[in-house]
Design a protein around this ligand. Structure first.
Ligand SMILES: [Zn+2]
Ligand SMILES: [Zn+2]
Length: 403
């Protein structure tokens, strides 16, 4: 026990930088509200996340931004208690009107209004977003619909979904539209491919071949996304390795990074609830451009409950060090997973049951990631027997620099 503690102290000391350490910011990049098919008012949702210690939240409704004047018929609010709770919490702010036909309506708050209400410098940031919700076709089975949902974070202009084209064309054209927008505004946009196993729409090969995409959801909290796959489809964590093996060994391309998100829709009971999956981003400041840039650098991890104190990778020594935040109630198992050229899949290279994970990549190791699994059951599981986990981003995949 003593030696373990000593190791912890030494490890912490070796990770002290001269400049102030960047902070870990907790955020959810995938959330729905009454602006599309979520069942609560957006302020209620932002309030929920902020009160629970999240540092940023992306409202990502289907094919809409939370902008402009939007009045909603009260009869369309399926959960009656939503309006009651909203009025109790926000009282005078709630705006009603009768439309020309005498129907009672309530106004939905906009992104700029909510920014004003909730943003706290350095502590909480609301980030604008959209779930670009498109349908593509399978080139081999043209009648089969393929759902292509791409989340975009930190954008100011609505991006319209592309329809009726082959799936990879839909993915690529959407990403091109985002890159164009980014060039016009100067603000980086983070996009991620959502829930590939939703209706088994996006295959490993699709994830691999569309190399323009850098991110996908390795965990999505919606219970209908086939997180664990089935007999014919791999689970999402294995898809990650399978797609990255194609990218690294066949396409000579960068790997995908993994995001965990809520995809929350229901806030009054029901099984599509918030608080299941998030990202922890290590950034210099709580600023949307900086968060996106940090994630592009790979300075983040995905989590469904496990917290990490440190992740350090030194490309020169090829040493990966992780420090898991201790918790008296849990034990942790970390699997170091590498890509195997023979099988073109992920392969376990090492396993740790300590809070300190220290792994130096061997000459055959290319593209290593860590998957940390806690002994603690997830408090709000999206699938049976779910336990808390964390996923770090692949390292050791860059080509060696020419001397
Ligand atoms: Zn979706
Ligand atoms: Zn969604």
């Amino acid at each position: 026990m003593k030696s373990r503690l000593l190791l912890l102290v030494i490890f912490s000391a070796t990770l002290t930088w001269a400049e102030p350490e960047p902070t870990w910011y907790k955020g959810n990049t995938h959330t729905h509200s009454l602006w599309s098919d979520g069942n609560d008012f957006p302020e209620m949702i932002v309030d929920w996340y902020r009160a629970r210690g999240y540092n940023f939240l992306v409202l990502s409704d289907h094919n809409t931004l939370s902008r402009g004047e939007r009045w909603m018929d009260i009869s369309r609010i399926r959960k009656k208690q939503a309006l009651d709770k909203y009025q109790v919490r926000f009282g005078d702010r709630v705006a009603f009107r009768d439309d020309v036909d005498g129907k009672k309506q309530v106004r939905l708050a906009t992104y700029p209004e909510m920014q004003e209400m909730f943003d706290l410098p350095g502590r909480f940031l609301l980030v604008e977003g959209e779930e670009i919700t498109a349908r593509g076709i399978d080139p081999d089975y043209p009648l089969k619909v393929k759902h292509v949902h791409i989340n975009a974070m930190n954008l100011e202009t609505l991006v319209k979904p592309i329809k009726g084209k082959p799936i990879r064309e839909v993915m690529r054209s959407t990403l091109q539209a985002l890159r164009k927008l980014e060039a016009e505004t100067g603000h980086p946009i983070l996009d991620h491919i959502n829930h590939p196993n939703f209706h088994y729409s996006i295959s490993v090969d699709d994830l691999a071949q569309v190399v323009e995409e850098q991110f996908f959801e390795v965990y999505n909290g919606h219970p209908s996304v086939h997180q664990l796959g089935d007999t014919n489809h791999p689970p999402m964590n294995e898809m990650w390795d399978l797609a990255n093996a194609i990218r690294i060994f066949t396409l000579d391309a960068a790997p995908l990074f993994g995001i965990a998100s809520d995809d929350s829709h229901y806030y009054h009971g029901g099984n599509v609830s918030p608080g299941r999956g998030w990202v922890m981003v290590k950034a210099d400041a709580l600023d949307s451009d900086k968060l996106v840039k940090a994630m592009r650098r790979g300075d983040f991890y995905a989590s469904t409950g496990v917290y990490l104190r440190k992740i350090a990778y030194d490309p020169k020594t090829r040493r990966l060090q992780i420090l898991i935040a201790p918790d008296a109630d849990q034990t942790f198992t970390t699997r170091i997973i590498g890509l195997d050229r023979e099988t073109m899949a992920g392969k376990e290279r090492a396993r740790f049951d300590t809070l300190v994970v220290d792994y130096t990549l061997g000459p055959d190791d290319r593209c290593i990631r860590a998957e940390i699994t806690s002994s603690r059951p997830h408090p709000n599981p999206s699938f049976k027997d779910q336990v808390e986990q964390a996923w770090t981003q692949p390292v050791g995949w860059e080509k060696p620099q020419a001397e």
